[in-house]
Design a protein around this ligand. Sequence first.
Ligand SMILES: O=C(O)c1cc(=O)[nH]c(=O)n1[C@@H]1O[C@H](COP(=O)(O)O)[C@@H](O)[C@H]1O
Length: 233
Amino acid sequence: MTRAPIAVALDAPDLETAARWAALVTPHVSTVKVGLELYLRYGPDVIASVRGASGVRVFLDLKLHDIPNTVVAATRAVARLKPAILTVHASGGPAMIQGAVEALPGSQVAAVTVLTSLSAGDLAAIGIEGPPADAVRRLAVMAVGAGAQALVCSPQEVAAVRAEVGPGVTLITPGVRPEGAATQDQARVATPERALADGADLLVIGRPITGAPDPGAAAAAIAAALRRTASEG
Ligand SMILES: O=C(O)c1cc(=O)[nH]c(=O)n1[C@@H]1O[C@H](COP(=O)(O)O)[C@@H](O)[C@H]1O
């Protein structure tokens, strides 16, 4: 059975927990994601620990955001880890994005458009007026123009982004919550089924899976729901 297009966010306080979650979910999902919490605590070795014997794809979510020279050097520093995906913030601009893409051949650089935790009110507070979808679309077009092969947006904007950038770009959506699940600190959310139907290629899901009593069973249940959606569509 093919693994579901899900990246499980291994946002764990310690390496043992992250490796355990990775082993439990790997039979059901295509990808696991290492973020700032684990990487800053354990460094590059964390990648081998979560990759384990299964060789699952590892998504390195460092959300780099700095001047181009610094981001290029940081990207080169992680290139030997061969992540399937590395995130940078789209708002770092085209030269920064292009530099990261050139520094990481063989991996996808994913540009994060507008964090899924931000509401329209939060955006207004940092001087970005209007619906989040407008900013997401603007940043998406700029990032693809700069060479990004993948974009991160919320499932609420994924259909609009797909219409803007076409079929060749990988669209990654965090902010995914199964029906009835708590949104926690996420502001722009939708269900896994909706995200997939609207054109997402990879769903990032953390706490709804890792916070479940049995993360393996939670991943399997979401994967089964997605297979039903795909066969209906
Ligand atoms: O780049 C990301 O993965 C990301 C971008 C974004 O806009 N929002 C977002 O939540 N994420 C990450 O996706 C994961 C979501 O986790 P849960 O909210 O627990 O499902 C976290 O690891 C976040 O760091």
